[in-house]
Design a protein around this ligand. Structure first.
Ligand code: SF4
Length: 252
């Protein structure tokens, strides 16, 4: 009997994502908007979360069915106590070759070394902007980029593979597409742009707020960069001429 799980296109399922917690310290508008996930929002009671024993047991079953990669997610998985204990138990499962973690990075500075020592191999860190004010606005928690940047540095230093995820939303953070690319290039990190997606009708998704991959990539065309420069130069020139006209009027 073939014990591998396959999808409807007959492809073996190799990857399993495990959400270890539904809570998060951020309130990103595209995921957990603060007006819905407010102070009194009822997250799952602790008793409803899978225990670490249950997660390990399920992972063993999935591994026996062909799963090779595990990814721990949340909410924010680092809000769950003793995550390193879970990682160290998952690593021992026969057939599991790779364990990753998706995080907003805020607590990574504290945990990166322990996670690496426990056997974690990689982290995907969410970062939507390098502009402090914009980042605070987007995460809905007034948290600046510093802890995330420190988390990225700590993860690299601990020897974890690091990738950065940036959700791009129209009229929100498209100005950050190029700065983020420059930052990740300088850091030697792979950057993934993620389209603003509908996640269960709570995030006010509208097609008009989506920047497609194609439009993201357009920002990298020399034409687009030249046009931007032209706009900046023309803008400055226009401002200068307006100021000059005002000065002349004032002097006369
Ligand atoms: S950090 Fe991630 S899990 Fe938390 S609100 Fe933002 S997108 Fe959602």
């Amino acid at each position: 009997m073939n014990s591998q799980i396959k999808d409807s296109l007959d492809r073996p399922l190799r990857d399993l994502r495990i959400s270890v917690i539904d809570r998060c310290n951020f309130r990103c508008s595209y995921c957990m908007p603060a007006e819905i996930f407010h102070e009194n929002f009822q997250f799952l009671p602790k008793s409803e979360l899978l225990s670490y024993e249950e997660i390990v047991r399920l992972s063993k079953i999935f591994a026996s069915l062909g799963v090779k990669k595990l990814r721990l997610t949340g909410g924010e998985p680092l809000l769950r106590r003793d995550l390193t204990t879970l990682v160290s138990n998952l690593v021992k499962i026969e057939g599991i070759e790779d364990i990753g973690l998706t995080t907003n990075g805020v607590f990574l500075k504290k945990h990166a070394v322990d996670l690496r020592e426990a056997g974690l191999q990689r982290v995907n860190i969410s970062l939507d902007s390098l502009d402090d004010d914009l980042f605070k606005k987007m995460n809905g928690r007034d948290i600046g980029i510093k802890p995330v940047i420190e988390g990225i540095a700590a993860a690299k230093e601990a020897g974890l593979g690091v990738k950065v995820n940036m959700v791009v939303k129209k009229e929100t953070n498209e100005s950050q597409i190029l700065p983020m690319a420059r930052f990740c290039k300088d850091e030697g990190i792979q950057l993934r742009y993620i389209e603003f997606m509908d996640v269960g009708h709570t995030n006010g998704w509208q097609l008009k707020n989506v920047i497609t991959k194609k439009n993201c990539l357009r920002c990298f065309k020399p034409n687009s960069i030249l046009n931007r420069l032209k706009k900046i130069i023309l803008g400055r020139w226009q401002n200068a001429s307006v100021i000059r006209a005002l000065l002349q009027k004032w002097a006369s």
